[in-house]
Design a protein around this ligand. Structure first.
Ligand code: AMP
Ligand code: GLY
Length: 427
């Protein structure tokens, strides 16, 4: 099979690393990719939302399957584009169509879907400019903290959690007026605050059946002890010690199964990864968000634990034969520590030469923001999140220890990482 993978982060390097291992893969192309993905296949300088350029490439290279890494092309309708273009008719697309991708693209669409299918989530209401006064009254009835969510995609920044009622009203006003998050917040979902511990669960679905992938925990804040601003993710571990068999059963019965049944009942065209962002409250799972893709940096710990052939799994996902596949998981733990540029998630410098990459052992490096220097071929930083260092272990501690030993071997000016990944999961 010829495969085109869209995206350029650590998630995509993890997917590319695994796809390249399949005997079924003839050519693997990554658009646009990074310095890491170029070791697993051919990087192609095409933008993930330039559907016409993607079409030209797919036709020219006789691509059989397109795997979509990030949400943006899905929410913008890449699947629909493929369905509508006769020459792309036979190409498999891993990912939902534009409507089904609204499960991630619109918080209120996701909330309404969950209500229709009795999927546990925080109670909520939706407000806009016309119903602003009602929004104030609704906030007055809630207890702090107040959770305000921009309805549309806001690059992972559209959620505000506020302690103060007055401030919550002001933020709501700015959101619906377009002063904050633009069009994405013309509708705002206000929901009850759920106090618990977060967990990321994943499944592959072909719209009828599903396979549950390993769970993971990610660490979003820049600072140790989960402090400071949010980032794209500073590390992850999989599996998660508190995700017992009993909890996993609840997650499957109350959330995963009704979600896939809902997709089927509503005839949604969903063939891809579903990411369930969960809050576990008193050992009961609630959905805080759906995403229509793998998580990043969860993928960097989960993908290495998949033993089965990923090309077979994804092709079956896209062509509706997932039931006939088996999913085998490595029992070991995997832990990923993200190396980031100094200053991130604020402003940071790029183009720093990376040293020590060749000297690592017992780990996998998943590149995120890296690029190869065109003059001397060296690897340089090119983004905020630079590289995930992933290691296996028979225990979580062992996986983390091996990952951190390798983190020390890699150097670049301004290197920063969190030293406490997994801190809240240790006994
Ligand atoms: P989201 O983009 O919906 O995942 O929200 C971003 C973050 O806000 C989540 O990862 C949670 O940490 C937090 N969050 C979202 N919704 C809630 C909620 N209802 N209660 C508590 N925390 C929440
Ligand atoms: N790690 C959270 C996300 O990918 O959205």
């Amino acid at each position: 099979m010829n495969i085109l993978l869209l995206g350029s982060g650590g998630r995509e390097h993890a997917l590319a690393w695994k796809l390249a291992q399949s005997k079924k893969t003839e050519h693997l192309y990554i658009a646009p990719g990074n310095a890491g993905t170029s070791q697993t296949g051919t990087n192609v300088p095409v933008d993930v939302t330039d559907f016409d350029a993607i079409k030209t490439f797919v036709v020219e290279k006789e691509v059989d399957m397109v795997v979509v890494g990030p949400e943006l092309p899905l929410v913008k309708g890449i699947k629909n584009y493929f369905k509508e273009n006769k020459v792309l008719d036979n190409v498999l697309v891993v990912g939902p169509d534009m409507q089904a991708a609204q499960l991630e693209g619109s918080k209120s669409y996701a909330k309404e879907f969950m209500q229709r299918h009795n999927i546990p989530t925080a109670p909520y209401r939706k407000f806009n400019e016309e119903t602003l006064e009602e929004g104030y009254r609704f906030l007055e009835k809630l207890q702090p903290p107040y959770v305000l969510k921009a309805d549309g995609l806001a690059a992972g920044k559209g959620v505000l959690i506020l302690e103060d009622l007055q401030q919550a009203k002001e933020e709501l006003t700015q959101m619906v007026n377009g002063a904050k998050f633009g069009e994405a917040a013309s509708n705002v979902v206000i929901e009850s605050y759920l106090k618990g511990i977060e967990l990321s669960a994943f499944a592959l679905t072909d719209g009828k059946d599903y396979k549950i992938l390993p769970v993971a925990k990610d660490y979003k804040r820049i600072g140790e002890g989960d402090t400071g601003p949010n980032t794209g993710g500073m590390g992850s571990v999989s599996p998660v010690p508190f995700a017992t068999e009993e909890l996993m059963k609840k997650i499957e019965e109350r959330i995963i199964k009704p979600t896939v049944e809902g997709i089927k009942e509503e005839n949604l065209d969903y063939t891809g990864f579903i990411f369930f962002g969960l809050m576990i409250v008193d050992n009961d799972p609630y959905v805080i968000e759906y995403n229509c893709r793998m998580g990043d940096p969860e993928a960097e710990s989960i993908i290495p634990r998949i033993k089965s052939d990923l090309v077979e799994l994804l092709a079956a996902t896209a062509n509706g034969t997932l039931r006939q596949t088996t999913l085998e998981i490595d029992e070991r733990y995997a832990a990923s520590v993200m190396l980031v540029s100094g200053g991130y998630p604020g402003s940071y410098e790029k183009g720093k030469k990376m040293e020590g990459i060749e000297g690592v052992n017992n780990c996998i490096l998943f590149h995120a923001g890296t690029a190869r220097d065109i003059d001397d071929g060296s690897v340089k930083t090119s983004g905020g999140r630079v590289m995930a260092v992933t290691a296996y272990g028979n225990t979580m501690e062992e996986a983390l220890q091996t990952a951190y030993a390798n983190v020390d071997l890699i150097g670049f000016e301004g290197k920063y990482y969190r030293k406490d990944i997994g801190f809240d999961l240790k006994n």
